[in-house]
Structure formats: structure tokens, C-alpha cells
Design a protein around this ligand. Structure first.
Ligand SMILES: Cc1cc2nc3c(=O)[nH]c(=O)nc-3n(C[C@H](O)[C@H](O)[C@H](O)COP(=O)(O)O)c2cc1C
Length: 228
């Protein structure tokens, strides 16, 4: 129900999970985000790419034809396109791999966010949708590379993908300290790996990660509630 008392149809959120293990921290934060969206009245479409057997490798059927933006892609890709079209907001939850998204998520974008659907039209079909990228990163929160990673992901994901495809908003929620054993490089390039945290420190580490993830989702949804 809206603030003026008029019934509004439920908003739809597509939550895209890009991890190969269902017991991962990534999957845990995606489930938490889903629960939060549902309690806020969203209808959630949970897309677990690995569980659904999505193959991120490009195939000829899904390669763009620059001379034909009406090209019929594979039936699987058209099903994914329909799920994106049905969503008001898209939230991708993924582990940061090599300062980027994992191949599973990259391949979903490569195959599904295709020419004539996601881009290449004067009126983009994805216009007005909003996107949150929640990326878990192994690097320690105090690592000087965190700023670089944030900027790099914003460039790739906000500018290179979401805004290019007409999204009205896109933000990156970067979550460092997502490893059980904190990692950093020393001045000589050696990887220093701390012992795993235990007891109260371990509980605090994961509680803080959940708190930071919740905060990104809260801020994203708060902005969603403000009329454009
Ligand atoms: C192939 C690979 C590449 C990675 N690259 C990065 C990286 O560039 N930056 C970073 O902070 N962490 C990196 N990590 C660490 C992961 O981000 C981290 O293991 C993950 O977020 C933990 O979440 P999970 O338990 O759900 O997998 C990498 C891990 C793997 C396996």
C-alpha cells in the first residue's frame, strides 16, 4: 500500500547469485538480502545461476548480429531477458574475482544483456530499472587497494554496463574482509595470510559483514522509495 492509501502492485526484485557453492558466504548474504526484500513487500525472483545450470560460455545463437537488433537468441536467453524485464530492481551478489565479477556472472551479462534487448535502441528496454552490485572481497578493509577496487568496479559495472544499458541508478556495495583468513600483500608482494579468526572475534567479523551488506541494501531501497 502506498503512503496515500492506494494499493500499488508489489515491486519485483531479481536477485542474481553468482557462486558455485550453495553454502558460500555469498549465498548467505543473497538469502539475507532476499528475506529483507520480501519483508519490504517485494516479490523476489531468486536467480541462482549455478543451481539453475546457467552456462556462462558464449554460444553462436547468443552472439549479437550487428545487422539485426531483432535477432532471436536462444530460448534460454529469452527466458532470462523476461526475468530482467519483469524486475524493477536487480541485485547481483557475487565474490570479487580478479578485481571484477566472476565468470559465471560475466557470462550471464555477456549472453543475456544482448544487443537489441539491453542496448542498441533509442528507448532502452531496461530504462528506469535500478541495480545494486554487492561484491564480497577477500582483501582486508584497511588495504590501500580497496579504493582502487571500488573505483574499478564502479567504472566497469555502473558506467560500462548498467548506465550503458539505460538503468536509472546503479551502485556498487563492496564488502571487504569476506575471507575467514584476512589477506594482504606486503611491500615485497608476499601474500600475508592471518590465522582464521575464532570465538567472539569471528562472530564480530561476520556480524560486521552482515551489517555492512544490510546497510547497502537499506540505502539502495531508501533511494528506490523516493519518487524520481
Ligand atoms: C579466482 C579468485 C580471484 C579472487 N580475486 C580477488 C580480488 O581481486 N580481490 C579480492 O579482494 N578478493 C579476491 N578473491 C577473494 C574472494 O573475493 C573471496 O574469496 C570471496 O569473496 C569469499 O566469499 P565466498 O566465501 O562466498 O566465496 C578472489 C578469490 C578467487 C577464488
Amino acid at each position: 500500500m502506498s503512503h496515500d492509501g492506494i494499493d500499488q502492485p508489489a515491486r519485483t526484485a531479481l536477485v542474481v547469485v553468482a557462486h558455485h557453492r550453495s553454502d558460500s558466504l555469498t549465498a548467505h548474504l543473497a538469502a539475507r538480502t532476499t528475506a529483507r526484500l520480501e519483508s519490504d513487500g517485494y516479490r523476489v525472483d531468486l536467480l541462482d545461476l549455478r543451481a539453475e545450470g546457467f552456462d556462462p560460455r558464449m554460444i553462436e545463437a547468443d552472439q549479437p548480429d550487428w545487422g539485426n537488433r531483432e535477432k532471436l537468441y536462444s530460448p534460454e536467453v529469452h527466458e532470462h531477458m523476461d526475468r530482467i524485464l519483469a524486475a524493477d530492481v536487480v541485485i547481483a551478489v557475487f565474490p570479487v574475482y580478479w578485481a571484477s565479477v566472476p565468470a559465471l556472472l560475466k557470462g550471464w551479462i555477456d549472453r543475456v544483456w544482448n544487443y537489441g534487448f539491453a542496448y542498441g535502441r533509442s528507448k532502452p528496454r531496461l530504462a528506469g530499472k535500478r541495480m545494486l552490485w554487492l561484491g564480497l572481497a577477500g582483501m582486508a578493509a584497511g588495504d590501500p587497494l580497496v579504493d582502487f577496487l571500488q573505483q574499478s568496479l564502479e567504472g566497469q559495472l555502473n558506467m560500462g554496463i548498467a548506465y550503458y544499458c539505460g538503468f536509472s541508478h546503479s551502485s556498487v556495495g563492496l564488502l571487504p574482509d569476506a575471507e575467514e583468513r584476512r589477506q594482504r600483500l606486503d611491500a615485497d608482494g608476499q601474500l600475508l595470510i592471518d590465522p582464521a579468526t575464532v570465538g567472539a572475534e569471528r562472530v564480530a567479523q561476520y556480524a560486521d559483514l552482515e551489517r555492512r551488506a544490510d546497510e547497502f541494501v537499506t540505502n539502495f531501497l531508501a533511494a528506490e522509495a523516493v519518487p524520481a
